[in-house]
Design a protein around this ligand. Structure first.
Ligand code: IDP
Ligand code: MG
Length: 137
């Protein structure tokens, strides 16, 4: 089942020079392809929409501050079961608990700066792709 998902390489990934490493892992999955890719510093309006489900949580304000602290890379990836697949490549939210071999498990230590975002369901993917790449919606 071919799907699309929205992926963000967060500001820590860009600052640390891990863009090539992370995109390489995505590209090497058979049959997946990039449909959009842009280096972009995310503004508050975009982040409020993107993270609306987390508004009011203790980690929300520092998360938005971190996410606007420098450029991110926004991507749309298309392919077989790519939503579930990208979540597996990313690893669980806490990088210390994330499996070694996953992006977060290999490169992260603290929860907020966990390198990547990937849509968690088809509904989230549709919603998030419209926020970042309305021309693809
Ligand atoms: P996800 O990115 O794995 O889907 P969510 O629970 O949707 O995780 O949280 C969104 C983002 O908020 C996480 O990727 C992480 O950057 C940050 N975050 C989540 N929970 C915490 C926390 O307990 N402390 C600090 N940051 C958090
Ligand atoms: Mg999430």
């Amino acid at each position: 089942m071919s799907q699309r998902t929205l992926v963000l390489l967060k500001p820590d990934a860009v600052r640390r020079g891990l863009v090539g490493e992370i995109i390489g892992r995505i590209e090497r999955k058979a049959g997946w392809s990039l449909r959009a890719l842009e280096l972009r510093t995310l503004d508050l309006a975009t982040l409020e929409q993107h993270y609306s489900e987390h508004r009011g949580k203790p980690f929300y304000e520092p998360l938005v501050e971190f996410m606007s602290s420098g450029p991110s890379v926004a991507l749309v990836v298309e392919g077989e079961r790519v939503i579930e697949g990208l979540r597996a490549l990313a690893g669980s939210t806490d990088p210390i608990a994330a499996a070694p071999g996953s992006i977060r498990g290999d490169f992260g230590t603290i929860v907020r700066e966990n390198l990547v975002h990937a849509s968690d369901s088809p509904e989230s993917a549709d919603r998030e792709i419209k926020i970042f790449f309305p021309e693809l919606g």
